[in-house]
Design a protein around this ligand. Structure first.
Ligand SMILES: NC(=O)c1ccc[n+]([C@@H]2O[C@H](COP(=O)([O-])OP(=O)(O)OC[C@H]3O[C@@H](n4cnc5c(N)ncnc54)[C@H](OP(=O)(O)O)[C@@H]3O)[C@@H](O)[C@H]2O)c1
Length: 185
C-alpha cells in the first residue's frame, strides 16, 4: 500500500514518523508563544530522545527555541516565502517538510509542535512521545488533536518532583492504533 500525502508518498520515507510533545491534564501545550512550564528534566528527556533526528516544527515553535538546537537537523514550516534562518531547512507545507526530513538518514522523523502542526500531522504519526504533567496551567494552545482512544501505551515512566517543588508527570511512549502501517509492503 502506498499512502499519498500532498505530493509525498509516505512509503518512500523510510523512517518512522514520530511526534514529541508535553501537555498538562487539559491537553494544554503553549502560552504566548512559549511553554507554560519550565521542567528541566523534561527538556533533558527531549534532548536525549531527539538527538541526531530531524526535527519538523512550525515557525512559532522555532522562534520559541531561541536558536538552532545542536546535533539535530531543523525543518521549519512557514507560509512566508521569504523566511529563512541559518542552519535551518525551510518548508512551505507539512508534506514538503516530511520529504526533506526523509532525506536525513535516521530511524525517526520527530515532529515537535506546535499545536497547529500537530493538528495537521497527527493522523500520520506512528509513535508519540508524550509527557503528561499532572497539573493545570494557564495558556492558549492545546493538543486537541490528541485522543487517547487512538493510541496504545508502549511504555510509561512516572516521575515525581513534588518534593523538589516541581510536578508529577509521566513519560508515555505511545503507538498509533492503526490496522495498516503507513509503510505496509
Ligand atoms: N508543550 C510542548 O511540547 C510544545 C511543543 C512545541 C511548541 N509548544 C508551544 O506551542 C505554541 C506554538 O504553537 P502554534 O500552533 O501557535 O504554532 P506552530 O505550530 O509552532 O507554528 C505555526 C506556524 O507554522 C507555520 N505553519 C503551520 N502549519 C503550516 C502549513 N500547513 N503550511 C505552511 N506553514 C504552516 C505558520 O508559520 P508562518 O506564520 O510563518 O506562516 C504558522 O503560523 C507555543 O506556545 C509553543 O511554546 C509546546
Amino acid at each position: 500500500m502506498s499512502v499519498r500525502y500532498g505530493f509525498v508518498y509516505l512509503d518512500k520515507i523510510d523512517m518512522k514518523i514520530a511526534m514529541m510533545m508535553a501537555m498538562d491534564r487539559n491537553k494544554l501545550v503553549g502560552r504566548e508563544g512559549d511553554m507554560p512550564w519550565k521542567i528541566p528534566s523534561d527538556l533533558q528527556y527531549f534532548k536525549r530522545t531527539t538527538m541526531g533526528k530531524p526535527l519538523v516544527m512550525g515557525r512559532v515553535t522555532f522562534e520559541s527555541l531561541g536558536g538552532v538546537l545542536p546535533g539535530r537537523p531543523h525543518i521549519v514550516i512557514t507560509r512566508d516565502q521569504n523566511w529563512q534562518h541559518d542552519g535551518v531547512d525551510t518548508a512551505h507545507t507539512l508534506a514538503d517538510a516530511l520529504a526533506i526530513a526523509g532525506q536525513y538518514a535516521t530511524d525517526e522523523i520527530m515532529i515537535i509542535g506546535g499545536a497547529s502542526v500537530c493538528a495537521e500531522a497527527m493522523p500520520l504519526v506512528e509513535r508519540l512521545y508524550l509527557t503528561v504533567i499532572d497539573h493545570e496551567f494557564h495558556g492558549d494552545r492545546w493538543l486537541d488533536s490528541f485522543d487517547w482512544q487512538q493510541w496504545s501505551v508502549d511504555t510509561e515512566e512516572n516521575i515525581d518532583e513534588t518534593e523538589q517543588g516541581g510536578y508529577k508527570f509521566t513519560y508515555y511512549v505511545l503507538d498509533a492504533n492503526r490496522h495498516e502501517s503507513l509503510h505496509a509492503t
